[in-house]
Write a protein that binds this ligand. Structure first.
Ligand SMILES: *[C@@H]1O[C@H](CO)[C@@H](O)[C@H](O)[C@H]1NC(C)=O
Ligand SMILES: *[C@@H]1O[C@H](CO)[C@@H](O)[C@H](O)[C@H]1NC(C)=O
Ligand SMILES: *[C@@H]1O[C@H](CO)[C@@H](O)[C@H](O)[C@H]1NC(C)=O
Ligand SMILES: *[C@@H]1O[C@H](CO)[C@@H](O)[C@H](O)[C@H]1NC(C)=O
Length: 518
């Protein structure tokens, strides 16, 4: 491991000393990897259609389908916007028509509020907002109405009963037809409570119905009020009593996207208070969880370290640091995380930092996107070819999980044994972020220099495709430019933070730069 880190840091040093890139990544190389990633996406996608649809997921070893997170053709919906990002308008249009004709969420099934929101609601919203790029016949009132938006609304309405609790914190599970299942546990994860504002904010801003945003904001505020005296949150909380049932604090599984959505929710809703909350947490996280630019787990009350591990899910953090303008911090942490990938060929779900090996048999790599997501944000921000090289290494590793009919979860990163599962995020996120890394000209990578003016039926106009995309935590981009064509909500004040100084305009991100240019 030491050799790998040294090699890596010497590359960084050389790059910093020269204005020309030390290791020239040639254009033909990038082009070739972009083609390879596209081929990989279709190998997964076409085999899903052939062997698994209408089930949720493809089983890449046995070439069959299975339902996992619902029974709503999850992979089909989760992959939809990737098709468009890779330039396939005809297939996008074909799938949209299938969904309009057949999607039905009135199902007697218990589903995860979290997963259904980020994968299904997020996937439908992003496809709805991008649909104009496929030249689909748009309804008169687009983007404030339309068949995909109505499907997203239908699903969100089925999730809303979960928020009807004493604390405003949601239940973790809901029955899509019957509401909260009888006897359902009131214990829910922090991430479940805090990962809704991107999707629910979008729903409210497009439809003018405030109940979605209200539910998401109330839940965020309830969490904020439950943080400990030293400014940390735990992993699980009781939505009935409001007391913490798991007090381990970290940036990974069970909490992660709560922090992500404070930043992205702030950008999406132009809400400086959410960013203020993030900044408060960020200080506490840096103080208690950061050790040599790794992030460990600590007790939320006292701040003492409880488990010194790195989780695969932590790897989103450098991307968030880029969004809040801290590229130095992002680069240091990325370097740590990538060193694990280089050592093992993948990153395990949990990694014992001091032992240099997977922690407690959490050896799996289920084709997760987070490290690539961070490489993409860092590459956009710095144009440092080291992130392209990382993307190329990662692409080659993932390509080794190829099977006859898909790509397979790595069951054990120590021996690269495979398992019969391909999560929908492989096509929604992993291949999408890799493609965007190798496709600088992609419309998503627009840095705000151009856009198209759209006039909606209600007489409002908005600027679309100008690069002001906010990715939900399942990599579904939301074009916030569209909101200007729809409703302005009475901006209800939920926060008790109004006394805090508004520093919203001081953070720099590519997103705010993009909207500033317009
Ligand atoms: C779009 O996807 C379909 C299904 O995979 C494929 O048959 C078609 O060739 C693709 N078209 C383009 C332009 O990539
Ligand atoms: C949903 O969960 C409840 C409570 O655990 C259970 O009684 C019910 O049978 C479940 N429904 C389905 C369709 O699995
Ligand atoms: C980046 O983050 C680190 C740790 O939180 C902090 O010490 C540093 O001041 C930050 N830098 C910038 C430019 O915000
Ligand atoms: C991925 O694997 C395919 C099939 O084995 C091969 O043709 C292709 O060159 C590989 N691409 C990369 C980037 O490893």
């Amino acid at each position: 491991m030491v050799t790998n880190i040294n090699k890596f840091s010497s590359i960084i040093i050389v790059v910093c000393l020269t204005t020309n890139f030390a290791r020239n990544v040639e254009k033909w190389e990038i082009d070739s990897f972009r083609r390879d990633v596209k081929e990989m996406f279709y190998h997964g996608y076409d085999n899903y259609l052939r062997h698994a649809y209408p089930y949720d997921e493809l089983k890449p070893l046995s070439c069959q389908g299975m339902n996992t997170w619902g029974s709503f053709s999850l992979t089909l919906i989760d992959s939809l916007d990737t098709l468009l990002i890779m330039g396939n308008k005809t297939e996008f249009a074909r799938v949209v028509k299938i969904l309009i004709d057949t999607a039905n969420f009135d199902i007697d099934i218990n589903v995860s509020v979290f997963e259904t929101n980020i994968r299904i609601v997020g996937g439908l919203l992003s496809a709805h907002l991008l649909s104009h790029k496929a030249g689909l016949e748009l309804e008169d009132n687009w983007p404030c109405d339309g068949p995909l938006l109505r499907l997203a609304v239908d699903v969100a309405d089925r999730l809303l009963p979960a928020f009807d609790t004493r604390t405003n914190l949601p239940y973790g599970t809901i029955n899509l037809r019957h509401g909260v299942p009888k006897g359902e546990t009131t214990i829910t994860s922090t991430a479940t409570c805090g990962t809704l504002i991107v999707e629910f904010g979008t729903l409210s801003l497009l439809t003018g119905v405030s109940k979605y945003k209200d539910a998401a904001m109330k839940s965020i505020l309830a969490l904020w009020e439950k943080k400990s005296a030293i400014g940390l949150v735990g992993n699980h909380i009781d939505s009935n009593s409001g007391s913490w049932t798991a007090k381990e604090s970290g940036i990974g599984g069970g909490i992660d996207s709560y922090f992500e959505y404070l930043v992205k929710g702030s950008l999406l809703n132009d809400d400086p208070e959410l960013m203020d909350m993030f900044k408060e947490y960020n200080k506490a996280i840096y103080k208690y969880l950061n050790y040599a630019d790794w992030y460990v787990w600590a007790d939320m009350m006292r701040g003492n370290v409880v488990i010194p591990i790195f989780q695969s899910l932590d790897a989103f953090w450098p991307g968030i640091q880029v969004l809040v303008g801290n590229i130095t911090q992002a680069a240091k942490t990325f370097r740590n995380y990538y060193s694990v990938w280089r050592r093992l060929g993948f990153i395990p779900e949990s990694y014992a930092i001091t032992d240099n090996m997977p922690y407690s048999n959490r050896n799996e790599y289920p084709l997760r996107p987070e490290l690539i997501e961070s490489a993409w944000y860092l590459y956009i921000a710095t144009k440092d070819p080291i992130y392209l090289e990382a993307g190329m290494e990662i692409t080659k590793s993932i390509n080794r999980t190829r099977t006859k009919c898909g790509f397979a979860t790595v069951k054990n990163v120590m021996n690269h044994e495979l398992e019969d599962r391909m999560e929908s995020f492989f096509l929604a996120e992993t291949t999408k972020y890799l493609y965007l890394l190798f496709d600088t000209e992609n419309f998503i990578n627009n840095d705000g220099k151009f856009g198209v003016t759209y006039k909606s039926k209600n007489g409002k106009s908005c600027i679309l495709d100008s690069g002001s995309y906010i990715f939900n935590t399942e990599a579904h981009p939301i074009d916030k430019g569209a909101f200007d064509c729809c409703h302005s909500l009475d901006s209800k004040k939920f926060s008790k933070l109004s006394a805090l100084k508004c520093e919203a305009n001081t953070f720099r991100s590519r997103l705010s730069t993009a909207s500033a240019i317009i």
